[in-house]
Design a protein around this ligand. Structure first.
Ligand SMILES: CC(=O)SCCNC(=O)CCNC(=O)[C@H](O)C(C)(C)COP(=O)(O)OP(=O)(O)OC[C@H]1O[C@@H](n2cnc3c(N)ncnc32)[C@H](O)[C@@H]1OP(=O)(O)O
Ligand SMILES: O=CC(=O)O
Ligand SMILES: [Mg+2]
Length: 531
């Protein structure tokens, strides 16, 4: 077993945590690889994060997002992405989930075509969580992943496992436990770099990867940086150029105006785009944080059928199919409800309707959050998609204009919606601070993206001032304080995930809600307090 030499890791890399037990992952060679990625990408990553702030300042000043004039030629000329590997030709149902050992095995055995192993929205990025995830995937790639539960149940990966796709953290999140010349590394490069270093060659040799999902991009330049990072990694690992494949989540409002450009920047390795609807709604809130005419109603009313979301998903399908790339659907938040048949039937009907809409619109596949939903989604896609994908459905009928993509969304802000946002934002943040990145709350899957919606809506509804519920009662900070105190107490005396971090979560949520600016990500200040 390789033990990192003290000298090598302390100069220039420093590991600011106890890394005993992770020697197979944090080898001197892997750390040296991270250094090369960091040196190559860090200056540009910083510039790109600055560019996000500048873009947001323009939106705050009243500018509306739009298609770019300087990239018209990319949108209008004819080109396609490179050939898509055999293992990814049919990805009709993809299960997603945290990189926890038992869940990886369950996901690989779930019957889904693809498993997206998530270091992102469903992970609270404790260093140990991220490194355990790397160890688990290291074993999975080597076909030796096993787990014995405290009850004695033995788990191992069976025949025909799902194809593995890895989602590293977004460009914005640091990994403070690995510094290079004193600078924290980008979490994205740590997750990508460690996985690629240890597994890329093996996966490539078996024609099973390496495949990645890239989250939260806002511009084609951010995609171009990923392309170059992957090209560098391929060179270092003696892999052919373009062998690392990427599916990009279109989950920010600025990115919907650059879908052709993002595919173009990654055209030698792009296999598709995905409708990351929850972050997309969050991004709509953030982009228009100063635009009173574009406030969103209760989250429950912002369905994929409202005009701005319908236009987004249809334009994504049209864009992908024109370029020979897959148009992946997204996640319905419902999960099985074990103790209430009727409620479970209603939840499953919602999932059914969502997946039916996706397959009929021309999506090539979809996401589910739970193994029990794999057969539900599979049956719908099998019935309505007899071919491995729907690349032949061009959706030339779609005319998603700028104004439709940013259309205001009617609806109401209800007391129940307000209270639910306080409850969900609090409970999720508390669980996250305690190291859990995805939790069921009121029978819905809640992760970083859905929690961002909850806390951003509270900020927006309160900071704009003068808003009322349908019965004309005012929406104000006194109401927020009351609801927060009540939910915090309820959480503290419960056995729910995060109960012991309830007070910290309440403090953070209060700070974020009272702040003059809508903070760019909940997970940035929360990361400072992660257990
Ligand atoms: C906005 C976005 O980014 S969406 C993508 C990110 N979000 C996700 O990936 C959500 C993933 N889903 C989950 O984490 C879970 O389903 C939760 C937290 C919502 C619910 O999990 P649980 O409370 O454990 O559900 P439940 O008790 O019904 O689980 C039953 C079994 O299914 C397993 N399971 C549940 N979800 C998953 C999953 N996504 N992948 C693999 N196994 C799973 C559980 O481990 C459990 O296994 P066991 O019977 O062997 O013990
Ligand atoms: O990552 C997915 C999303 O919906 O956000
Ligand atoms: Mg997301």
């Amino acid at each position: 077993m390789a033990v990192p030499s003290e000298k090598l890791v302390s100069r220039p890399v420093e590991l600011l945590a106890d890394t005993r037990g992770y020697e197979d992952i944090l080898t001197p060679e892997a750390l040296a690889f991270l250094v090369r990625l960091h040196r190559f990408a860090e200056p540009r990553r910083r510039q790109l994060l600055e560019a996000r702030l500048e873009r947001q300042a323009r939106y705050d000043a009243g500018v509306l997002p739009d298609f770019r004039a300087d990239t018209k030629a990319i949108r209008e000329s004819d080109w396609t992405v490179a050939a898509i590997p055999r293992a990814l030709q049919d990805r009709r149902v993809e299960i997603t989930g945290p990189v926890e050992r038992k869940m990886i095995i369950n996901a690989l055995n779930s019957g889904a075509k693809v498993f997206m192993a998530d270091f992102e929205d469903s992970s609270a990025p404790r260093f140990a969580n991220q490194l355990d995830g790397q160890m688990n995937l290291y074993d999975a790639v080597r076909d030796r992943l096993e787990y014995r539960s405290p009850e004695g149940k033995h788990y191992r990966v069976g025949p025909n496992p799902a194809v593995l796709v890895i989602r590293p953290r977004g460009w914005h999140l640091p990994e403070r436990h690995i510094t290079i010349y004193g600078e924290p590394m980008a979490g994205a490069l740590v997750d990508f770099g460690l996985f690629a270093f240890h597994n890329a060659r093996l996966l490539h040799a078996h024609d099973r990867g390496p495949y990645f999902y890239l989250p939260k991009l806002e511009a084609m330049e951010e995609a171009a940086l990923w392309n170059e990072v992957m090209a560098l990694a391929e060179e270092e690992l003696d892999l052919p150029y373009g062998s690392m494949k990427a599916t990009v989540l279109i989950e920010t409002l600025p990115a919907v105006f650059q879908m052709h450009e993002i595919l173009h920047a990654l055209r030698d390795r792009a296999v598709g785009l995905n409708c990351g609807r929850w972050d997309y709604i969050f991004s709509y809130l953030k982009t228009f944080r100063r635009h009173r005419d574009r406030l969103l109603p209760d989250r429950g009313q912002v369905a994929m059928t409202v005009p701005f979301l319908k236009a987004y998903s249809e334009l994504l399908i049209q864009t992908c199919h024109r370029r020979g790339a897959f148009a992946m659907g997204g996640m319905a938040a419902q999960i099985p409800i074990k103790d209430d048949h009727e409620a479970n039937d209603q939840a499953m009907a919602k999932v059914h309707a969502d997946k039916l809409r996706e397959v009929q619109a021309g999506h090539d596949g979809t996401w589910v959050a739970h193994p029990a939903l794999v057969p539900v989604a599979m049956a719908i896609f099998d019935r309505h998609m007899p071919t491995p994908n729907q690349l032949h459905i061009k959706r030339e009928d779609v005319q998603a204009e700028r104004d439709t993509l940013i259309a205001p969304c009617g609806g109401t802000i209800t007391r129940a919606g307000f209270d639910n946002n306080v409850d969900v934002a609090l409970r999720y943040t508390a669980a996250w601070l305690d190291g859990l990145g995805c939790v069921p709350i009121h029978n819905l899957m809640e992760d970083a993206a859905t929690a961002e919606i909850a806390r951003s809506q509270l900020w927006q509804w309160l900071q704009h001032g003068g808003l009322t519920f349908p019965d004309h009662a005012p929406i104000n900070f006194a109401l927020f304080d009351q609801a927060l105190a009540a939910h915090t107490h309820r959480l503290q005396v419960s056995t729910l995930p995060g109960a012991r971090r309830a007070a910290d979560a309440a403090r953070l949520l209060s700070e974020l809600t009272y702040a003059d600016e809508l903070g760019s990500f909940l997970t940035l200040p929360a990361y400072e307090q992660l257990a």
